[in-house]
Design a protein around this ligand. Structure first.
Ligand SMILES: Cc1cc2nc3c(=O)[nH]c(=O)nc-3n(C[C@H](O)[C@H](O)[C@H](O)COP(=O)(O)OP(=O)(O)OC[C@H]3O[C@@H](n4cnc5c(N)ncnc54)[C@H](O)[C@@H]3O)c2cc1C
Length: 315
């Protein structure tokens, strides 16, 4: 009872702190539906700015009120703990959806951070443009792809970035940053400081529309064959160690099909953990720990996470 009262007071306090903003804010929002794993607790506040002005105002208010900010894109590379996220989750999927060629330049494409990755890939392929096909079959948003430097083992999206629009979490206006101000490494983009990407400008190359069409079709078929399909998951859980494949190491340690609660090491691709129904973040985290321990025992290698883990355990 006391716990409920404290929670209620906290929500009322947060509502007051975020009152009058132009941006839509939902309180106590369940986050599982915003992730491809379909796991996770509640956000104290879930903010859905539609444009840069709303985002800038939101960040300024969070700064002024001392509220912690967490950025969520399409949730395709994120595990949210069962206790949810304190403070404000900023999610760009309700806006930032424009995509187009930049005037007078047939090779320059700008996409809002909330554009779905498959839409960007199709947009480029339809115009016979090379440079983002490394994102074929990758779910999530353009903002998430940029932040994760998503791609294949050989090609990363960062290679095709010309500039980004970006708002610092420390406040201020949205700025344009040239790619030279960013560092792209394996599955990570480094920014000058923490911030929210609002749009990405890609410098693409003239390619062959028919070859791209065939590539996308073959890629989709390969993914259906080699990755779990139609099951909630978050893609590859671990980074590939240099010169190795995390999936091969996990499979060789005999872990395919290993299960904790509703979480399972995929029988199709061992670097994917899948939610077989009703998985909690605690199940996933326990399975991750077990996989890391068994791979260390079997191969003497530490598997590092590619998955982003956010939020709190249940107290
Ligand atoms: C079935 C499946 C297959 C996958 N295959 C691949 C693959 O082949 N290659 C690959 O690289 N990935 C793959 N992934 C992982 C995932 O799709 C990518 O990492 C994708 O880029 C995540 O985008 P998102 O918007 O969902 O990011 P989220 O999971 O929402 O966020 C990921 C990180 O990016 C940050 N972020 C998100 N949006 C912004 C923003 N606007 N500004 C600043 N930071 C932001 C978040 O804070 C978080 O740290 C796969 C996932 C699944 C489920």
């Amino acid at each position: 009872m006391r716990g409920c009262l404290v929670e209620e007071e906290m929500v009322v306090g947060l509502e007051r702190k975020l009152a009058g903003l132009a941006c839509e804010v939902r309180f106590g929002e369940r986050l599982a539906p915003y992730t491809t794993f379909q796991v996770g607790g509640l956000a104290d506040a879930f903010a859905l700015p539609k444009d840069e002005a709303e985002l800038v105002e939101l960040i300024a208010r969070c700064r002024a009120e001392g509220l912690r900010m967490t950025i969520l894109g399409g949730g395709a590379n994120t595990l949210i703990r069962d206790g949810g996220i304190r403070g404000v989750v900023i999610c760009l999927v309700n806006g930032f959806r424009e995509i187009g060629l930049v005037a007078d330049d047939a090779l320059l494409v700008e996409a809002g951070a909330g554009v779905k990755i498959p839409q960007l890939v199709r947009f480029a392929a339809d115009r016979g443009l090379d440079g983002v096909e490394c994102l074929a079959g990758v779910p999530g948003t353009v903002g998430g792809a940029l932040a994760m430097n998503a791609g294949t083992a050989e090609r990363f999206v960062g290679e095709s970035v010309e500039s980004i629009r970006w708002a610092r979490l420390s406040g201020g206006m949205v700025e344009t940053l040239p790619a030279s101000r960013l560092t792209f490494i394996y599955r990570e983009a480094r920014f000058p400081e923490p911030g929210v990407v609002t749009a990405v400008r890609f410098r693409l190359r003239r390619g062959d529309a028919e070859a791209l069409r065939v590539y996308l079709k073959e890629n989709a078929a390969l993914r259906r064959e080699r990755q779990p399909w139609g099951v909630p998951c978050a893609g590859s859980i671990f980074r590939n160690p240099p010169g190795e494949r995390a999936g091969r190491l996990i499979e060789a340690a005999g872990l395919k099909g290993r299960r904790v609660g509703g979480a399972e090491v995929s029988r199709v691709h061992a670097n994917f953990l899948v939610n077989r129904g009703g998985a909690t973040a605690a199940d996933v985290l326990e399975l991750i720990g077990e996989v890391q321990a068994r791979v260390r025992e079997a191969h003497g290698l530490n598997l590092e996470l590619e998955l982003k883990i956010v939020g709190e355990d249940v107290s």
